[in-house]
Design a protein. Sequence first.
Length: 200
Amino acid sequence: MKIVCLDLEGILVPEIWIAFAEASGIPELKRTTRDEPDYDKLMAYRLDILDEHNLGLPEIQKTIATIDPLPGAREFLDELRETTQVVVISDTFTQFAKPLMEKLGWPTLFCNELQVADDGKITGYTMRCSESKLTTVKALASCGMEPIAVGDSHNDLGMIRFGKDGFLFKSTEAIIADNPDVQAFEEYDDLLAALKKALA
């Protein structure tokens, strides 16, 4: 049985940290996994900036409440879920994701957890497992599934390359150039067609 594994940010919804960077006026927070492959290093960088500006979870959640799925994302996801099982595998956090999952029709989501103090300060985070995206597709394969992964960033490449089929979507020119053997798409219709072909 085949299953499609989708990254969340950049694939179905805008990048949360970029949206918050724009809302807060802190351009340094625009740095994402497209720019920094080391997720722990990236999160340490983000938490230092939040601490410096005395910002916490409530401020980020206020921005998240204004974020809508990317144009066409809900329709793409709905049609894909009529065709096959889909799981969203993200390095985001449960405290960020809930309103976005509601707007996407509550797909299954595997993500991580923030550690938050009573005053709303983000003090750390707990990853679901190491190399969470690759580990998850390997676990699905061990259950007899055939995962097909879609992502846009450095931290998606492991799960994209794991299975027989995997795709980049709305990625950067640099990542596409560094991975010429991975098909890359910019439009949902083209991605959906490629997925349906892989699922056939």
